[in-house]
Design a protein around this ligand. Sequence first.
Ligand SMILES: C[S@@+](CC[C@H](N)C(=O)[O-])C[C@H]1O[C@@H](n2cnc3c(N)ncnc32)[C@H](O)[C@@H]1O
Length: 255
Amino acid sequence: MRVGEWVLVRFSRDPAHCVRDGDHEWSVGTALSLLRRVYPNFLDLIRGKSVLDFGCGFGYQSVALALSGARYVLGIDLSDDKIGKAKALAEKLGVAERVEFGRDVPRERLGTFDAVISQNSMEHFPSPDDELRKMRSAVSRNGAILVTFGPPWFAPYGSHMQFFTNLPWVNLLFSEDTVMRVRARYRSDGATRYEEVEGGLNRMSLAKFERLVRSCHTRIVYRKYEAVKRMDWLTKVPVARELLTNHASFILSLA
Ligand SMILES: C[S@@+](CC[C@H](N)C(=O)[O-])C[C@H]1O[C@@H](n2cnc3c(N)ncnc32)[C@H](O)[C@@H]1O
């Protein structure tokens, strides 16, 4: 075993006690908590509006949006399994006539959404520029694209490896090869690069996202960077903002 690997193993959990995928508890009651925290007057942004939930997962957020006053919600996701479960949830909670799910936005609905929401997905998309362009094509001329994600790549836990180590910045302190070798003790997907881990990781930093916004002809009209230990003033300091911002939220409009 190489020195770096030996050190990281020493700072890692016993594989028998690491957090498993799917341990997260989903509920309609809490599905909007993050959006309500990071966007002031979030409910005003969706009440009576048509909303696209981009990367909707199991549909809890889409259903919660409808129950909180959205006129119409379309949840899209690449996973057929998730779409199936999301449809069942909407049926069960009696909102299926206002909440639909599918793999993509139907052509006739392009350019019609008042709001497009992307929660905790932007750091995972293999081609984030393609996805932001899709969001752009779905939103109406005066609509808003709400993107909230974290932790960004250079944040203490930006490598999303906290399930096996509490050591911060492992992606900066250790080579990718070392991190992947230690990760292989906990996950069996055979990933040798961050891009290959389950769910994907595209190394989305704040600067990378800001460049993406410009290249996709969108404009930031609202931004909220949340720093470690609530020291949000750090997010205004060059370099520190990348290293210490835990969560980033934006409202984009068409440029
Ligand atoms: C990390 S999960 C986030 C789910 C949910 N938005 C949340 O906040 O819990 C990312 C989701 O995006 C979906 N996804 C990935 N690429 C996508 C794409 N190109 N279009 C639609 N959904 C996508 C994945 O299947 C997954 O369910």
